[in-house]
Structure formats: structure tokens, C-alpha cells
Write a protein that binds this ligand. Structure first.
Ligand SMILES: [Zn+2]
Ligand SMILES: [Zn+2]
Length: 118
């Protein structure tokens, strides 16, 4: 009956080793990413969906134009600009947003909605 106890010791050692090895990675794994932080970064660069066109929130920080008029973010707008003749084919931008053809052009962000009168 002695060999049974030896098996028990070996089994115990294996279990202890396995459990200690399993503990380590679970403790040091900050892989859980908070979705709120990435959403905040997106908010600063681009307008959120559903904002009122022409409002302060309707602004593309990446391209410095109103988000509702940003053809680089919304390529589907290109056809509308072309239809109104407001299109610079050379630079692939609305003429009213083409700073290459109009270096003096300044597209200013609308004031904050809190101050705007209805
Ligand atoms: Zn944009
Ligand atoms: Zn141009």
C-alpha cells in the first residue's frame, strides 16, 4: 500500500504546480479595455451621429470643416457638391473647402449651441 501514498504525493505536487501556474496570468492581465475612453477620443475629432447640421457640435476636427459637409468622412456627399457645381476635381474637395485653390479661405466652427439664438 506504500506506492499509493507516493502517487498521492505526485498528484498533489502536480495539482499545486498547475494551480500556481494558472494564477499568474489571470492576475496580471489589464487587457480589459474601457469603451468609454475610445468613444471620448472619437468625439473630439468627429461629430457624433445625430447632431444638428450647422451647429457647434457639427464639426470635423480632423479636416476642419462641418462634419455634415465633410466629403472625406462622408464620400456620399460628393455627388451633392458636384450637382451644385461646388467641386474642385483637381483636389477632390468641394471648392468651398479647397484651401489649395483658395488659400485665404477660412472655415470657422459655429459658436457653441448654448449661445446660439434659435
Ligand atoms: Zn472629416
Ligand atoms: Zn482645389
Amino acid at each position: 500500500m506504500r506506492h499509493v501514498s507516493i502517487f498521492n504525493i505526485i498528484l498533489t505536487v502536480i495539482v499545486l504546480f498547475a494551480s500556481s501556474a494558472c494564477e499568474k496570468p489571470s492576475e496580471s492581465s489589464p487587457a480589459t479595455e474601457r469603451p468609454t475612453s475610445s468613444a471620448a477620443n472619437k468625439e473630439s475629432a468627429h461629430a457624433l451621429p445625430g447632431v444638428q447640421p450647422g451647429s457647434h457640435d457639427d464639426w470635423c476636427g480632423e479636416h476642419q470643416v462641418p462634419e455634415s459637409l465633410c466629403t472625406r468622412c462622408n464620400p456620399s456627399l460628393i455627388a451633392a457638391f458636384k450637382a451644385t457645381g461646388d467641386w474642385c476635381a483637381e483636389h477632390g474637395l468641394p471648392e468651398s473647402q479647397c484651401l489649395i485653390c483658395n488659400p485665404n479661405l477660412k472655415i470657422e466652427r459655429p459658436p457653441s449651441s448654448g449661445e446660439a439664438s434659435p
